[in-house]
Design a protein around this ligand. Structure first.
Ligand code: HEC
Ligand code: HEC
Ligand code: HEC
Ligand code: HEC
Ligand code: HEC
Ligand code: HEC
Ligand code: HEC
Length: 402
């Protein structure tokens, strides 16, 4: 009996100790203890995880490890010429990449790629300086398969001082916390209110992860681990129970432009919240202004007759949120035709430009044409010309033939 009791005590102790070690290994999410982190979803949602891992959302920001930076550094040209004496070169030093400025052949300054933003059409990078991130002067563009000025940057002289503020992270990352730091005393006297925000690198959760869209899910994961027989989702917001505006808001948070007034941090938004409490656009939903094709799919879609005159259109009518937008335009035609089954009145003139079957799989080509962004332009090395950044418009409509 006594032996048994000792054995029991040892077992309890062992379980206790192993729990202790487990505890110390446990993932701690910078957003707090309500969050579990994407890795913890794999065991039950492998399909969504595998898709999302390859998505632009997951890669919207990332540490600038060699594999995450666009551009093939084993070949090709990675320099940008400002003038005959000034050039910027991208160089691999140890395991990091740098943008290095040369004047008359001499190195003047060098800044590392620390964090990358974007993957699909373009990628810009930032480096850390005094607790904040600053954009590097040249960025990679897929359309030219090479480097050009970062959007809005000059092509005649290098510029290293554009701060990439927390606002950028609020659409490109899942978390970034900042703290106010009082400026050094000399400056403090000038303006006693002056405080400076610095971003704490340890608090950045890169990319747009599962819980950025679904809200904190630790309770959900723990519940289902304890109750493997329960097949109905517990402790998580279901998009199926959200109304249309809430579903739209969950995407418009980041795809609805950035020209309004901010009331609360985007990071605090959870599915089911009303975007109007976080961000007030200066424009009404019926505004007929021209919105930019970059970053404002929501406003453009909202101007389409398809959206205005149908009950059910939202972003997930056409997009699987876990996957990248399909390159297969015919697959979208099927979605168009789910509402436009028959009796579309195409004129003889239109029908002459394309055979019936081609027309049937190319709705998007004519009705959501590619347009240049007014907000983003870039300049190539040694060129005075601005190049256009081209995206498909989400204002579904009738456009003149090209
Ligand atoms: C131990 C298993 C388990 C883990 C871990 C888990 N889930 Fe789930 N989850 C479930 C089950 C079971 C359902 C209900 C069946 C279904 O929809 O797949 C579910 C459903 C969901 C749904 C759909 C809700 C609905 O009704 O529309 C979402 C979203 C979701 N989980 C997100 C997550 C996220 C994010 C994580 C990681 C932080 C996660 N889950 C971790 C088991 C789990
Ligand atoms: C937290 C901000 C945020 C939220 C919320 C968000 N997105 Fe995005 N989305 C982005 C950013 C940033 C990109 C660009 C990523 C890149 O290319 O680096 C993007 C890219 C995309 C793409 C293009 C992907 C590709 O490679 O083709 C689609 C489609 C998309 N989002 C749809 C949605 C939908 C639908 C929702 C709502 C369910 C949504 N997004 C919610 C920020 C967000
Ligand atoms: C209101 C949300 C929002 C803010 C703020 C924002 N972005 Fe974006 N950004 C997006 C979305 C959405 C996309 C992808 C879709 C598009 O281009 O329309 C995108 C695309 C990009 C891309 C191209 C990515 C690709 O894969 O093609 C880069 C680079 C980028 N943003 C950098 C930045 C930087 C740097 C800042 C801050 C100066 C910033 N963004 C601020 C939402 C935002
Ligand atoms: C860009 C936002 C976004 C991201 C990132 C995202 N989800 Fe979702 N997820 C959604 C939306 C929106 C739905 C509802 C889709 C629908 O009803 O068609 C959804 C649906 C689901 C469902 C229900 C089943 C299904 O596939 O429709 C599960 C489970 C799920 N997500 C898990 C995850 C997990 C796990 C991750 C991370 C690996 C993740 N999601 C990342 C937006 C997102
Ligand atoms: C959810 C249903 C729905 C989907 C999906 C849909 N539409 Fe529509 N669309 C409508 C409705 C409703 C109207 C308005 C019809 C009217 O007013 O007579 C419309 C109108 C249009 C118009 C006339 C626009 C104008 O300005 O006169 C065009 C063109 C069109 N749709 C093309 C498309 C294409 C292309 C797609 C796919 C990319 C698509 N639609 C997807 C419902 C939809
Ligand atoms: C009627 C169908 C439809 C709806 C609804 C729709 N999209 Fe799209 N979306 C498309 C098509 C088509 C493309 C282009 C795919 C391509 O060219 O490969 C696209 C591309 C995108 C891209 C990538 C931009 C680019 O050019 O690479 C983003 C981001 C995006 N959609 C976000 C959204 C958001 C956010 C919503 C809701 C506000 C939305 N979409 C609603 C059809 C739709
Ligand atoms: C070659 C370009 C082209 C393609 C491809 C195309 N359309 Fe159109 N569509 C037009 C033009 C142009 C008009 C205006 C009427 C006209 O001149 O034919 C139009 C008009 C429409 C209208 C408004 C007229 C009406 O019947 O209410 C709808 C809806 C429409 N198209 C839907 C579609 C759908 C759905 C597809 C794919 C199955 C598609 N279109 C493919 C060029 C095109």
């Amino acid at each position: 009996m006594k032996k048994l009791r000792i054995l029991f005590a040892i077992t309890v102790l062992a379980v206790f100790l192993s729990n202790c070690t487990n505890k110390s290994d446990e993932y701690i999410d910078p957003r707090g203890t309500d969050y579990a982190g994407s890795e913890s979803c794999i065991q039950c949602h492998q399909t969504q995880y595998d898709m999302a891992l390859k998505s632009s959302h997951f890669r919207a920001t990332a540490p600038a490890l060699l594999g995450n930076v666009l551009g093939d550094f084993d070949k090709g040209n990675h320099t940008f010429i400002y003038d005959k004496n000034t050039k910027l070169a991208i160089e691999k030093r140890n395991d990091s990449l740098y943008q290095v400025l040369y004047k008359n052949g001499k190195e003047v300054e060098a800044h590392p790629f620390d964090i990358v933003f974007g993957a699909k059409h373009a990628q810009t990078s930032v480096y850390w300086r005094d607790g904040n991130t600053y954009e590097l002067p040249i960025s990679y563009y897929h359309s030219i398969k090479g480097w050009a000025t970062s959007p809005g940057f000059p092509a005649d002289k290098p510029y290293f001082d554009r701060m990439v503020v927390k606002d950028c992270y609020s659409c490109h990352a899942s978390n970034a916390s900042s703290r106010n730091v009082e400026q050094n005393s000399a400056e403090k006297n000038v303006m006693s209110m002056d405080v400076e925000d610095v971003i704490d690198p340890k608090t950045i959760v890169y990319g747009i992860d599962c819980e950025r869209c679904h809200g904190p899910a630790k309770k959900h994961a723990e519940f289902h681990l304890k109750n493997p027989n329960v097949k109905v989702a517990n402790s998580i917001t279901s998009f199926k129970t959200l109304n249309k505006q809430q579903r739209l808001d969950a995407c418009a948070l980041c795809h609805g432009g950035n020209d309004g007034m901010k009331m609360k941090s985007r990071f605090d938004f959870k599915p089911g919240n009303n975007l109007s409490e976080f961000y007030r656009s200066t424009r009404s939903i019926t505004d007929t202004a021209t919105f930019d094709v970059h970053g404002n799919q929501f406003r453009l879609m909202a101007q389409s007759k398809c959206f205005i005159n149908s009950e059910k259109m939202d972003c997930i009518t056409c997009h699987n949120p876990h996957e990248n937008a399909s390159k297969n335009l015919a697959s979208y035609s099927k979605i168009c035709m789910s509402c436009h089954q028959s009796g579309i009145k195409h004129s003889d003139k239109t029908l002459k430009t394309m055979s019936g079957s081609l027309l049937a799989s190319n709705c998007v080509e004519c009705h959501m044409p590619k347009k240049s962004s007014g907000a983003i332009k870039f300049q190539l090395s040694d060129s005075k010309q601005l190049s256009n950044y081209i995206l498909r418009t989400h204002k579904i409509g009738i456009y003149p033939a090209k």
